[in-house]
Design a protein around this ligand. Sequence first.
Ligand code: G6P
Length: 611
Amino acid sequence: MCGIVGYTGPRQAYPIILKGLKRLEYRGYDSTGIALLNSGLKIFKKKGKVTDLESTLLGQELHGNIGIGHTRWATHGEPNDVNAHPHRSASGKLAMIHNGIIENFLQLKKDLEKNGYSFKSETDTEVLLNFIEEIRIKNKCNLEEAVRVALNRVVGAYVILLIDEDDPETIIAARKGSPLVIGIGKNEHFLGSDASPMLEYTREVVYVNDYELVIVKPNELILKNLENETITPFVQKLDIELAAIEKNGYDYFMLKEIHEQPKTIYDCLRGRLDAENGTITMAGVELNIEQLKNAPRLIIVACGTSWHAGLIAEYIFEELCRIPVEVEYASEFRYRNPVINRGDVIIAISQSGETADTLVAIEKAKEKGAFIFGVVNVVGSSIARASHAGAYTHAGPEIGVASTKAFTAQLAVLTMVALKIAKEKNTISDERFHQLLQELNEIPAKVSKILEYTEKIEALAKNLKNAQNFLYLGRGYNFPVALEGALKLKEISYIHAEGYPAAEMKHGPIALVDNSLPVVFVATKDENIEKVMSNMHEIKARKGKVISIITENDNLTASICDEFLSVPPSDEIVAPMLSVVPLQLLAYYIGIEKGCDVDKPRNLAKSVTVE
Ligand code: G6P
């Protein structure tokens, strides 16, 4: 959470930082701020999105070859101009931005107050900044040393970037628990929460690790640990194209990403799935096949949409591999004392690869001897690096806060992993294996077909936009899809929506049903369909409005529904990759109808790096 950007070099820093912040807005957009050094330290900050700050600065002279910028997801202190970063130290000389939480900030604040410090904002960041400044003054040391001493005494997570009026070429940065990338240009350096702010300027990057301190000047990059030992930076080449992080003519990233799914699922299968010859190639699985196939138990840990992918994976792994599976919210798993036995395999699912709870959950499981298999989208991310093995989802950068293409890519990867283990374990017949390979292979074309008929969904969205509540129901593989459909709607249109197993609906949610409640059934044809049809009748009998995702030409189910959207027929194991697409679009168009900023829904952030 929170996006950070820094630049030092021969160019004007402001336009680079501004553009970088726009790209990092998926990380938070409660307020925006920029500090520039140009014969003195200047700080510009404002509540709201990056464009709000940009418009207040129009026409101003914003010079400086060094600067730092921040887009905030508020933790300590409400979003307002004062709590916005960068913060200025008591002496006025230092400016700092921060992503993370300093857990012992109250104690530090009390100590500083005793020493005469007062604070303008409610943030933990201003406390840490003044703590650093106090150490610098007391210890008569340089800023780098003061940062090191301070960080050895703080509890919590951080990425910080600091500039000093008296050292107008240097940015000092440090990381623990949140991502930080350095871009190496010609006589210039860039810093960012991810590589997107630097893509136009360099392909050479260094991913900073936890407990590392960075000192950058235009011509110098020094990396140290908190014990003051120098570390050789590991320079990597970026292979993301600029087009991948731009809207390419779509109004919103979310719509672009929904429409990219035929390609992203294809990219995910490409080079792995060979339906003709009946093979799946996945190095991460092959090299660890003994570990995976002999696992007495699989524990899936994830958050949000990735957790929903985990629920579907539970059904797939149990059915195909006959291995017991548990699916855990990472945030719950990490704070209890779970039983992890020798041989248990943890599957960590994460789009960003940076979700703090998922990361800590796998670190804890590792300590207890578990083997970690990561299913991650962002290459080189913290969860990918913390896993023993894994498979990337290859969905490309996902920028819309509501996850869409990452979800379907996760399902494609998890299905392949399950199929591969099942084949090795002999828990699947050859015929079923080949059939499912073929089914997977056909998914990209079937998703394209769904995307050809968006008008009907747009029209439905117009009719439904005024509903106050929604219920989403499904059975079997369709139950987690119902959860995901409800989550999408909540996230981007702010309409309350609940997902439930269709049968469980009778144990509570049915009390909500009246003629104002749209009930969305995920009702693709499988062995449960007749039971689901009975549930539809139960809703209709209470005057609820039934809207369903059904299989093409399933006229019987269609005849019960007030409205339906159809998807091509498929095996139930792969059906979620199809049935979720109309639900993504429905949420998108309802959000648009309601005038919401679907890419940046209020209060949310794409990458949740605080606990
Ligand atoms: C946030 C995002 C969701 C995402 C979840 C887990 O809540 O808004 O879209 O599903 O985090 O993120 P991860 O990157 O671990 O999949």
